[in-house]
Design a protein around this ligand. Structure first.
Ligand code: SF4
Length: 440
């Protein structure tokens, strides 16, 4: 296999796995091309979170086949779990992999690499071996919350936790493979419970029993950000990163109730304040859904007012579209497309402003940045602990890949208002001693 394309429509959990697919292909010397160009293999990562997402997933499969009549076509992600028949109809020769078959997908990909192309036989050991900088470690899968707009409980099944020993072993494997940061992922990670050991306990064990340098949490429901979890974060000696992604979805209590969410706007506002008190300088990101059934102008106004008052570091905006099989799809008060588009544009403008404002607050400060990849102009791009993107030039035109460096934030990147340009002060070697001790 010489050329491959990835069409990625999936969510954060699948995103991590697609990053890993991309890395495997790159390691295997496969040229990655745009999905519209000729390729020997196309991997389509689908999403089923809304019916619009399902439709786009099917379109992506059809488009990939049209552009690549002779290619192998691999289709994965949540749409495969919910509606494999429609995808098979979109392209009868596509190979379908549901979420339980990701390992098989990886094995088959490795099998497509020509001898000497892949990491086969070089100790290759699953997803975590492929991404060099950040390891995405799944601690939990599934969800039993049944928010009224969400099909994920059907696609992923009820919540279940990965045993703590297995999580720690995965972290150790990632560190041995050279990863500098571990991102803990799960569909509903805050429900983590391994025989009475909750998420704060799991992170405590990770801090005490491994040398992991940076721990990030991919996303957590508001009611799961407990004082205990914040205490673990605050007492980790900087190893737990100051970044929380906490879905809000709406700032209107009636809409939150209709969504089946388990908190109200006041709880969320108080939570953001609690997180900030516990972890100064923390970045709080929110998800929001625009145009949920029943969202009138007053409800929308309350949501925007709350979002403005929260002064968040990032807002991820999703336009609601009815997903057959969910309670919300049958609700009265569906919002028309034009209104949804207008509200989404408003929310996206606020989101861009929030990201830029948060990034600018770092100017003049010193940041620890994990560098991931080069930009086309030769600068290196990485994430600071607060997840702000930072670019810097490597000394003598060398590589900064997988380096954690102390960087002074000098200016805002002229190409992206939410990105900083920094100058390198020092590079931290992986062997340097980390935090003094794990929190008790
Ligand atoms: S918490 Fe709600 S939105 Fe999140 S996966 Fe579970 S049902 Fe879906």
């Amino acid at each position: 296999m010489r050329r491959a394309a990835i069409a990625n429509l999936g969510c954060k959990v699948n995103q991590a796995e697609m990053d890993a697919v991309e890395r495997l292909l790159r390691v295997g010397g496969v040229q990655l091309v745009d999905a519209r160009h000729t390729a020997d293999l196309v991997v389509v990562n689908t999403c089923t979170v809304t019916s619009m997402a399902d439709q786009k997933s099917r379109q992506a499969v059809r488009r990939a086949r049209r552009a690549n009549p002779d290619a192998q076509l691999f289709v994965t992600g949540c749409s495969v779990a919910i509606d494999p028949a429609s995808l098979a109809l979109a392209d009868p020769s596509a190979r379908l992999f549901d979420n339980e078959s990701k390992g098989r997908l990886l094995d088959e990909l490795v099998g497509l690499l020509e001898p000497g192309q892949g990491p086969v036989g070089d100790g290759f050991d699953g997803w975590a071996d492929i991404e060099r900088t950040r390891a995405f470690v799944k601690i939990q899968d599934g969800c039993s919350f049944h928010c009224t707009y969400c099909i994920i409980p059907r696609a992923r099944g009820p919540e279940r936790s990965v045993a703590a020993d297995a999580v720690l072993a995965e972290v150790e494997r990632s560190l041995a493979a050279g990863h500098r940061e571990v991102v803990l992922t799960g569909i509903n990670a805050g429900t983590y419970d391994d025989a009475g050991l909750p998420l704060p306990g799991l992170v405590r064990r990770m801090l005490a029993e491994t040398q992991v340098e940076r721990i990030r949490l991919s996303s957590i429901e508001p009611q799961h950000v407990t004082d205990e979890l914040l205490a673990v974060w605050a007492g980790s000696g900087g190893r737990c990163l100051p970044h929380f992604h906490v879905p809000l979805q709406s700032g209107d209590d009636t809409i939150l109730r209709r969504m089946g969410r388990r908190y109200d706007a006041a709880f969320y506002a108080d939570l953001v304040a609690r997180i900030r008190r516990a972890i100064p300088g923390v970045a709080v990101h929110a998800d929001m859904i625009v145009g949920f059934p029943g969202e009138d102008e007053a409800a929308w106004g309350r949501t925007m007012a709350l979002l403005r008052s929260l002064d968040l570091a990032g807002i991820h905006v999703f336009r609601y579209s009815a997903r057959p099989g969910t309670a919300a799809a049958r609700m009265v008060g569906q919002v028309d497309g034009r209104t949804k588009r207008r509200r989404a544009a408003e929310a996206l403008a606020l989101a861009a402003e929030a990201r830029a404002t948060f990034a600018a607050r770092h100017l003049g400060g010193e940041l620890r940045v994990l560098f991931e990849r080069p930009l086309p102009d030769g600068r290196w791009l990485g994430h600071a602990e607060s997840h702000v993107m930072v670019t810097a030039v490597a000394p003598d035109g060398g590589s900064l890949e997988n380096e954690i460096a102390l960087v002074r934030a000098d200016s805002v990147d002229p190409y992206a208002a939410d990105r900083l340009v920094g100058s390198l002060l020092a590079i931290q070697s992986p062997q340097e001693p980390l935090a003094e001790s794990a929190p008790k």
